[in-house]
Ligand binder design. Sequence first.
Ligand SMILES: Cc1ncc(C[n+]2csc(CCOP(=O)(O)OP(=O)(O)O)c2C)c(N)n1
Ligand code: SF4
Length: 249
Amino acid sequence: MEAVFDRPHALCDVPTHYCPGCTHGIIHRLIAEVLDELDIEGDTVGVCPVGCSVMAYDYFGCDMIEAPHGRAPAVATGVKRASPDKVVFTYQGDGDLAAIGTCETVHAAARRENITVIFINNTTYGMTGGQMAPTTIPGQITQTSPYGRDTAMQGYPIKICEMLAAVDGTAFVQRVSADSVPHILEAKKAIRKAFENQLNGIGFSLVEVLSTCPTNWGMTPSAAMERIRKELIPYYPLGIYKDISNQSK
Ligand SMILES: Cc1ncc(C[n+]2csc(CCOP(=O)(O)OP(=O)(O)O)c2C)c(N)n1
Ligand code: SF4
C-alpha cells in the first residue's frame, strides 16, 4: 500500500515529553519536513533554547547544540561564521528569545547574520510553570499576573515581528500560527522560506509561530487552539512583516 503520511526522516523516532495539545511537536515536524524536502539534514546544525524545547536535541536527526538561556542567536552566529557551509537554525520560546535573549536576537538581526530563527510564542514561560512573558497579552492571567496583565503596572507586550521589521539588518520576518490546518500549511511555507533564504545567502530570517500551552493556560487542547484564534491572532496579526529576498541586498 502506498504510504501517504509518514514520519519525516529528520524527526527522530522517539516519544517527546511535550504535554497533550502542545504545538511544539507540530512545529518540530514542520522543521523536519523542510530539512527532508531541502535535503539538508546532514548539513544542518540546530541550536536549542532553555525552555520546554530544551531537549529538542533528542528529537531532530541533524546535529544539535544546547545554548544557555537566550543565547541561541549568539551560538548560531559562531557556528555559522566558523562553518559557513552549514545550515544553522535556532528554536526558541518567547521567554528565551524575547526576555533574557532580546539583546542577542536584535543584534543578530542587525548584523544580518545568515541564520534561521524559529520563534515559538505561547505567551508564557511554559517550562517554569506559566509565569508572565514579554508576550503575555493585556489581561492574560498567569502565575505572576493572577489578576490579568495590567499594562499600567506590567507594561505592554513586545511584538517581535513588528520590532524586528524596523531593524535594517533583518531580511525576512513572518508571523504564522499552529492553530489549524490552513495555518499550519502556511507555517510550513514560511519555515521553508526562512531556510531557503539562508541557502541563498539572504540573511537573518525569523518565523514567529503562535503556539499553545494548554497546561499553563489551564485549558483543554481544543480550547487552547480556539484561544489562538479568538485572542492571540487579533493581538498578533499574521503576515509577512519584512521580506528583502526579491530586492538587491
Ligand atoms: C539564566 C537562566 N535564567 C532563568 C532560567 C529559568 N527558565 C527556564 S525555562 C525559562 C522560560 C521558558 O519559557 P519560554 O522560552 O517561553 O519557553 P516554553 O517553555 O514556553 O516553551 C526560564 C525563565 C534558566 N534556566 N536560566
Ligand atoms: S508546559 Fe506548555 S509549552 Fe511546555 S510542553 Fe507543556 S504545553 Fe508545551
